[in-house]
Design a protein around this ligand. Structure first.
Ligand SMILES: [Zn+2]
Length: 96
């Protein structure tokens, strides 16, 4: 089964993309999407870690859905800081 996640990619302009996601019940990575392999330096001190992507998903597996157009400047300014749930003053609809 493939679990998909919708993201906005800014790598090639703005695109809405579907991405693969790690298996939440994966026995290898336990849903983390990879296994961390810490390694030490010559004194045995922690020196970093290698990240091995798990085979239960493909982080490069993505499908571009549709390009997102840039919003015109006037639209961005109008929407900035606006509460989408706010009403314009009192509702003038009668109560039912
Ligand atoms: Zn996995």
């Amino acid at each position: 089964m493939i679990r998909l996640r919708i993201q906005v990619s800014h790598r090639l302009g703005r695109w809405l993309v579907l991405t693969d996601t790690p298996r939440p019940d994966c026995p290898h990575c336990e849903g983390d999407g990879g296994i961390e392999h810490p390694y030490g330096d010559d004194n045995g001190e922690y020196a970093g870690s290698n990240w091995e992507s798990c085979g239960c998903w493909n982080e490069n597996h993505r499908w571009r859905l549709l390009p997102l157009p840039r919003l015109p400047r006037w639209l961005r300014q109008r929407d900035r800081g606006r509460d989408p749930w706010a009403t314009d003053g009192y509702s003038n609809k009668p109560p039912f």
